[in-house]
Write a protein that binds this ligand. Sequence first.
Ligand code: HGY
Ligand code: MN
Ligand code: MN
Length: 420
Amino acid sequence: MSSAEEIAVDAARLSAELAELAGITDAEPTPGGTAVTRIVFTERDLQARAWLKTLAREAGLGVREDAIGNTFFRWEGLDPALPAVGTGSHIDAIPYAGMFDGTVGVLGGLEAIRALKRSGACLRRSIELVLFTSEEPTRFGIGCLGSRVLAGALAPDAADALQDGDGRTLQAVRTEAGFAGPLASVAVGGDRYSAWVELHIEQGSLLERAGVPIGIVTDIAAPASYGFTIEGVGGHAGALLMPDRRDALCAAAELILAIEREALRSGSRDTVATVGTCAVHPGAVNSVPSRVVLQVDVRDIDPERRERVMQAVRRDARKLAEGRGVTVREEIMNADMPAHCSPAIVQAIGQACERTGVAAAPMVSRAYHDTLFMARLAPVAMIFIPCRGGVSHRPDEFATAEHIAVGTRVLAETLAGLAA
Ligand code: HGY
Ligand code: MN
Ligand code: MN
C-alpha cells in the first residue's frame, strides 16, 4: 500500500452522520436514548438507503444494488479485476432498537474509505462496502436474509416465499420496493472477495469491563430460530369450566418455561434461549386462547449442544401436549453453524491495531452478523468496539464517538493492509 500520509478519521462527521441516520426512524423518541425502528423495505428503510447512496456517490464510489436489495459501494483499485476486499453491515433495526447496531459498520466503513482516499492511498484491490438487506429477522422471521442469499445459503425460491406478518411474500414486498430482478442472480461465487471485515458494536460488556477499545472476533456463535404453534380449544371465559379446558396460552407458558429451563441446564453459559414473540388467538380477555404462536431464538458456540437443548425442549413439548390435550407444531426457521474467523484476517486486524497504537483482545461474538454468511465466500473476521453496559437492541444502546473513530481507523488500516 502506498499511503501518502497518515489515515485520519473525521470523527465529528461520522458522529453527525450516525445521528442523521438515527433520525430516519419509525419509533417515537424516548427519554432513555435514541429509539430506532427501521424495518426492511418500509418507507424509512428506503429513505435511509437513498440517503446513504447519496453519501456514497459524494465519496466517489460506484453504487450497485442486487435483486434482494443488497447494496454495493465500490472504490475501484489499481487492478479492478482482482477479488475485492469487502466490509459492511446493516442499517435495518428491530423495533425500539438503538442507533449503533449495524450502522457503525456501514457509516464507519464509508468513513474508512473516505479516510483512505484522503490519505492518498493507492490500493491494488478494490474495496467494496456492502449494505445488507434485512440482517434483522423482524419482518421475514430469519436473520441475515440478504447475506444468506448472497452466499448461496438460502435458495432463491425459499427466500421469495418467506412471508411477513401481513402474509405478504418477500417477492411481493421487494418488488414493490423496487428490487424486481430474479433472486437467482444474487448469489456470488467465492472469487468475489479476497477478504471480509465487519466493524460492529460488541453488544456485550466484555470490552468495556476490560477497558480494551478493540475486540477481534475469532468465532461467531451459531444462531437458530424456531416457530412453535400450540393449538388448544377456545371457548367462553365464563362458561368453559376449568377441568374442560385445553388452554393454548397456559400450554405455551409451560413450554416457555421449559425452554428457559433446558437452556439453563445445558451445562454451559454459552447456551442462550429467548422466546421473543408470543401471538395469542383470538386475543380477547373473555375468550380462552385456542392458538398461540411463539418465535424462539436459541444460540450456542457449540451447535451440537444447542441441538441437545432442542431435543430436550421437544421431549418437554410432547409431554405437556399430552398432559394438556393440545398439539405443538415446530417450524425450524434457521439452524446455522458457527463461523470460525480466518487467522490471517484476525492477524491483519491485530497488525492494524499495532499501527494504530491501540490495545485489542480476541473474543467470541454472541450476536450473529452478516459476517456469519460472508465466511462462506471469503476469509473473514470482525472488529468490535465497546458499547456502554453491553446494552443493545434498546434505545439506550450507546458507543462513544472516540471508540467509533478508533474502530473506524483500525478498519481503514486493516482494509488498506488487505488491499495493498
Ligand atoms: O440477533 C442478533 O444477534 C443480531 O443483532 N441480529
Ligand atoms: Mn441487531
Ligand atoms: Mn447488528
